[in-house]
Structure formats: C-alpha cells, structure tokens
Design a protein around this ligand. Structure first.
Ligand code: ASP
Length: 322
C-alpha cells in the first residue's frame, strides 16, 4: 500500500502577505518531507504522526508546543490527542503546561489504562517521567497577549499563526491555530494526531476539542484532524461525524462535503483534514483559510494556493484603484 500523509497548521483568517504564505508553506513542506520519508521507509502511521506533531509543535509559527497562545490569565495550557485507527484507541492530555511536546505524553498514554489526563494528572505524569520543565512562551505570543490585555480581551481568539515580523499586521478579525497530522502507512493503518495551545485568551479551565474525538478521530476506514473554533467542532462532532459516514459507506470526499455543507448551514467556523483506507485525501473548511499540505506518494500539494490567488486579486484591485 502506498503511504499517504496530510498535515495542517490551523484554520482561521487569511494570512496577510505573500511572505507569510511562503513561510508557512516552507514550514509545512519541511515536515511533509521528513515524515513522508519515514512512511516511505516503512514506519508505522503512529510513529509518523507523532514525529509530525513534534516537528510542528517545535515550530514557533504554529499554535501548539513552542509558540502556543496564552489564555486569559497569561498562562499557556496545551491539549493534544492521538487516535490509532487500527487499535481504535484514543489518548489525550487536556490543559497541560510547562512541557515541550504534549504529543509525547499522549504517546505514552496510548498504553495506559487511564488514557485521557487533564491538567493536574498530566502534570503528575510529567513529574513521574522526569520530563524536563520547558517554557513554550515566545516573544510574539506574549506581545499579542499584552496587546489584548490593553484592549480588555476584546478579540475572542489569537492569530492563526505567528506571522514573520516585517509583515506582521494586526488582523481585522480573529484567527486561530492548532496543528494536526493524519497518516496512512504501508500496512493500511490510519492514525490522526492533533495538538493545540487552544483558542487564545480563553477562560481558565476551558477544554479544547483537540483532545476529544470530536476534534481528532480515526478507525480502520478513515482518520480526521480538525482545527478552528473548538466549540463549533464539538457541536458538529466533526471528526467522528466524517469517520462514521465513511464507515457507513460514503466516499471520503462525499462525507467531507456533506459534513461541511451542514456546518455552513449552522454557521460554523473551522477546517479539517482527512484520509481514508483507500488512500483518498480530503479537506474542508468553513473558515477563510486552512493551512494544510499533503503528500500523495507522487507529489506534494497544499491548500495555500486559493489564498495566494485571492491575494493576487486584492493586489490587482489595489493597483487599479491607485
Ligand atoms: N480547535 C482549537 C480550540 O478550540 C483551536 C484551533 O484549532 O485553532 O482549542
């Protein structure tokens, strides 16, 4: 079986410059290259997904691990999960702090009798495992929070990605981020992983969809990772909804299309990436942007083109107006 891979770096408002789009593409392609080489060399989907999540968590551009957004009290609390489609087993951590890679905890929990741990329990696990204390805070995210505090947290969410400095422009509308990796390995096993710093500026104790089957789900038939407003994802039970539709016989593309048509009707704001056991690749969004890239086995592609095209039109319009 030819392995397949799709990853995302969040959904939300559009990126503001060509340089930002190129920078995001560069980051995503680096991860695709690394993780697809593993899959091609025979790695299991679970190992590939964990590696992909670690790399994305380590990239400060994305809202997970290093570069996570701050909650309303100025603290970083991260959530992550892994769903192994072959074992049909979910594990996750909710609102964990002071670790570099939340996905590493999730990996360990796959073989534990207690598979989803929240803040206090997750912190105890970190201590038990002697995982070094790590501060995932970046200057940009701190700056973003300080600005929001001045505005009394008017915006309800943080930016989708930390854009490079010279092009950093405060967006006119809220965005968000999160990372996700979905893989199909040479044995035909599907795995989905998702990791997030949350929406940004949320109430203490708020629980993200990223560590729920609504936001990250897989079985033998399909695997899905979601991003966007967690409350919307939970209300649609998006990942599980798409996977169940495929399990019941719908083609992946149709399952994604139908679920997003319903979401649009319900005024939702999110995106999702998906694979099925035949190797079909799909994604969908109701948000303005979904930052995703994939490897078909023959070539790399991404979802950033539409943003580039839209920007080309905007630039043309600006030039004509000038
Ligand atoms: N879904 C994440 C959350 O609500 C945020 C995101 O994907 O941007 O916690």
């Amino acid at each position: 079986m030819q392995p397949k891979l799709i990853i995302h770096g969040g959904a939300g408002s559009s990126l503001k410059s060509k340089a930002a789009i190129h920078a995001v593409r560069h980051s995503l392609y680096k991860v695709i290259d690394d993780v697809y080489s593993m899959l091609r060399a025979g790695a299991d989907a679970a190992d590939a997904v964990i590696r992909g999540c670690q790399l994305l968590e380590d990239d400060p551009r994305f809202n997970s691990g290093t570069g996570s957004v701050l909650q309303s009290d100025g603290q970083i609390r991260m959530s992550a999960s892994l769903m192994d489609g072959k074992a049909q087993r979910f594990s996750g951590v909710i609102n964990v702090s002071r670790v570099k890679n939340p996905i590493d905890l999730v990996k360990i929990l796959q073989d534990s009798p207690d598979r989803v741990l929240s803040d206090y329990g997750a912190a105890e696990l970190v201590r038990e495992l002697n995982i070094p204390v790590y501060n995932p805070l970046t200057e940009k995210r701190l700056h973003e929070w300080l600005e929001e505090r001045q505005g009394n947290f008017e915006r309800t969410m943080a930016d989708v990605v930390a854009e490079p400095e010279p092009e950093f422009v405060k967006p006119s509308e809220p965005g968000r981020g999160t990372i996700g990796v979905v893989a199909l390995d040479h044995k035909g096993c599907l795995v989905a992983g998702t990791s997030t710093g949350g929406k940004g500026f949320e109430r203490v104790g708020r629980v993200s969809d990223s560590a729920m089957p609504a936001g990250n789900y897989a079985n033998r038939y399909a695997a899905v990772s979601c991003t966007g407003i967690g409350e919307d994802i939970i209300d649609e039970c998006l990942a599980a909804r798409i996977v169940v539709r495929v399990t019941d016989g719908l083609a992946l593309k149709d399952a994604v299309e139908r679920s997003f048509a319903e979401a649009r009707e319900n005024g939702r704001d999110f995106g999702a990436i998906a694979l099925d056991r035949t190797g079909a690749i799909a994604w969908g969004k109701t948000s303005k942007s979904l930052l995703a890239a994939y490897h078909t086995g023959h070539q790399i592609g991404d979802t950033l083109e539409s943003m580039e095209e839209a920007q080309g039109i905007e630039l043309e319009q600006e030039e004509r107006a000038a």
